[in-house]
Unconditional design. Structure first.
Length: 297
C-alpha cells in the first residue's frame, strides 16, 4: 500500500525541463578588430552606393551653405523644392543680406522654423559680404563663425564645395556609427572625433555620404531593414529591425525601394528617378522627418 502511494506520488511530481548549458560569452572585440570591421563596412557601402553624393541641389559654395542651413529639421527634398525660387531672387550673399526679412521668411516657410532660419541666412550673408568679400570661406574655423553654421554644416560645405575632407555627423551618421559599434558617444563632435581615428582622412567625405545614404535607405531609425541589408554580417546590431527578407525589402526607401530620390537635379550616374518639383508632402511632414543636416541657431 505504501509502495503504491509512493509510485503515485512519483507519477504526479513535476518533470523538470532540461537546462541548456549557458552560451559562452563572446570575447570583447579588440580595437584592431573593430577598425578592420569598420573599414570593411566602408568598402561594402562603397560597392552598394558607388553613386553616393550630397542630396542637396547646389551650383556653388554659397548655394550649398544656404541649402544646408535650410535642411535642419526637414528633408533635403523639401529644401530642393524651395531653393530654386530663393536663389533666383537672392543669387549672392549681397542680395540675400539686403532681403526684406518677411519676404525671405515667406519663401523659406515650407522648410519649417523659417523665422530662425531667415535670421541665420540674413546674418551669414551679411558676414560673408562684410568679412569675407562676398565669398564663402574654405576654412572650418571661419565657417563656424557664421550665424547658423556649426561643424556639421561646415564639414558639408568643405567636403562638397572645396574638396576638404570632413565627417558630417547628422542624425543618420550618428545612429549608424553607434549601431556599427564604432563609438558609443551621443555628442556629434565626440562621434566625429572617434570616427576620424578609425578611417584615413581621404575617406571622410565619401564615408559620410555612404553612411547617410545607408541610414536613409536601409538602416532606418525606428525599423531598420535588417533582412535586406548587405552588410548585416558585419553589424553587431543585426536584429534590431525586421529580419525577414521579404518584409525587410518592403522597408527600403528611395532608389532601393523603386522611389524617387531627394534631388530634383541628381548627378550623372544616379540610378534613381529625380524628384519632381512640388512633391514631398506638407511642410510639417518634412519637418517631422528630420532628415536634414543643417543647424538652426
Amino acid at each position: 500500500m505504501a509502495e503504491s502511494k509512493a509510485r503515485k506520488t512519483a507519477t504526479k511530481a513535476p518533470v523538470k525541463a532540461a537546462v541548456k548549458p549557458a552560451a559562452k560569452p563572446k570575447k570583447p572585440e579588440s580595437h584592431l578588430a573593430m577598425v578592420r570591421r569598420a573599414r570593411k563596412i566602408n568598402r561594402e557601402l562603397a560597392e552598394l552606393y558607388p553613386y553616393a553624393h550630397p542630396e542637396l541641389d547646389f551650383e556653388n559654395p554659397f548655394e550649398l551653405l544656404v541649402a544646408t542651413v535650410l535642411s535642419a529639421q526637414t528633408t533635403d527634398l523639401r529644401v530642393n523644392q524651395t531653393t530654386p525660387v530663393l536663389f533666383a531672387k537672392y543669387p549672392t550673399p549681397e542680395d540675400m543680406a539686403a532681403a526684406v526679412p518677411e519676404e525671405l521668411e515667406e519663401i523659406i516657410r515650407p522648410t519649417g522654423f523659417f523665422r530662425a532660419k531667415a535670421r541665420s541666412l540674413l546674418g551669414l550673408s551679411a558676414a560673408l559680404r562684410d568679412r569675407f568679400g562676398g565669398e564663402v570661406p574654405g576654412r572650418l574655423e571661419d565657417l563656424v563663425t557664421l550665424p547658423g553654421v556649426g561643424r556639421k554644416t561646415a564639414n558639408v560645405v568643405l567636403g562638397n564645395a572645396f574638396g576638404v575632407p570632413g565627417i558630417t555627423v547628422d542624425t543618420h551618421f550618428g545612429r549608424l556609427a553607434r549601431r556599427f559599434g564604432w563609438t558609443a558617444e551621443e555628442d556629434p563632435e565626440k562621434v566625429e572625433a572617434a570616427v576620424a581615428e578609425i578611417f584615413p582622412k581621404s575617406e571622410w567625405t565619401m564615408l559620410s555620404h555612404r553612411v547617410v545614404f545607408h541610414g536613409r535607405r536601409v538602416c532606418h531609425s525606428r525599423k531598420p531593414a535588417c533582412g535586406a541589408c548587405p552588410i548585416a554580417p558585419l553589424c553587431p546590431s543585426y536584429g534590431e529591425g525586421e529580419t525577414d527578407p521579404e518584409k525587410a525589402r518592403k522597408l527600403l526607401k528611395y532608389e532601393l525601394g523603386g522611389q524617387p530620390g531627394q534631388r530634383l537635379r541628381p548627378p550623372a550616374g544616379y540610378p534613381g528617378v529625380p524628384a519632381a518639383p512640388g512633391t514631398g508632402g506638407a511642410a510639417g511632414a518634412g519637418a517631422a522627418a528630420g532628415d536634414g543636416q543643417g543647424e538652426v541657431a
